[in-house]
Design a protein around this ligand. Sequence first.
Ligand code: SAH
Length: 350
Amino acid sequence: MNKKLRKIINKLKNKGKLSVREYEYLVKNRTEEAAKELKNHAFKIKTAVYGDKIFIRGLIEISNICKNDCYYCGIRHSNKNCGRYRLTAEDILACAEEGYALGFRTFVLQGGEDPYYTDSVLTDIIRKIKEKYPDCAVTLSLGERTYESYKALKAAGADRYLLRHETADKRHYKKLHPKEMTLKNRIACLKNLKKLGFQVGCGFMVGSPKQTERQIAKDLKFIEKFCPDMCGIGPFVPHKDTPFKDFPAGTAELTCYLLSIVRIICPKVLLPATTALGTIDTNGRQEGILSGANVVMPNLSPISVRKKYMLYDNKISTDEEAAENLKMLAERLDKINQKIAIDRGDVKGR
Ligand code: SAH
């Protein structure tokens, strides 16, 4: 390993932070040896903080109706080939009931920015879930809303909110989104969520179109400074009905490398081995966990709608990523000496 890379890796391990230029160097000049070292270090940190426990989240994809038109996303407003659906409060409660019996103690309500889900509709759903399952956490992943709206959702009992920043570089953000969407508002939302006391998750796609190593370095700097409770990092995967259909997918190799770096920067972060990582590589999720991830989010949506929540091509939903196949997931995890925790799985030390 060259001297400069050695020095940067030592600094990252000792201080948990680097300059943007150093992050850029670390990404650009990565070697197998460097990746192995960071992976071992990240896994050690994960084990010291969370043991051999892997937290599971039941992911309920409540709607694929979306007013936004993100260029990468399969459920973007302009996609006319997408069969649209939305779940009612009753549908969602039925998912939670099934999930609770299976051992889930966190429910993640994710969806497009669907105007049907007003504050009053959502607060009603959140209250009903919390009333019936007071020992469970409710996580929302429903995009950008106002401070007042987030406040109402928090007051109704929501515990966590996932809102990936997608890219921390303003110019890159413009390349991934139409002009109505701004990085500024995305970041303002993240800050509002934090201020309101949510456990907050940011994150980004790896290998999204036109992404440079410099931009990845900025993502890492943003994560280091924002210090999220959760961080979603998965490869970009093209979807056939989007403007980005001809771009290549991100790689599992770089995704796992970045998972390790994020674990080292934020030792306590709740870090999922994502479905996108499992989609591009059958061993993706295990590799993600061995690289420092400690969360998996099996699909708890009604089976009839799963194929419709196609954010990207070939998104998996029938094997161990399906909530009803938790046993299969447990067996996979057992092979790497990891155990599923029946637990809310809150972030440590908060
Ligand atoms: N509407 C919500 C939820 C979006 S879906 C929101 O705005 O936060 C959750 C995540 O899926 C997105 O944040 C994005 O990072 C990811 N995603 C969307 N399209 C993708 C694609 N083609 N490849 C990989 N990940 C994708």
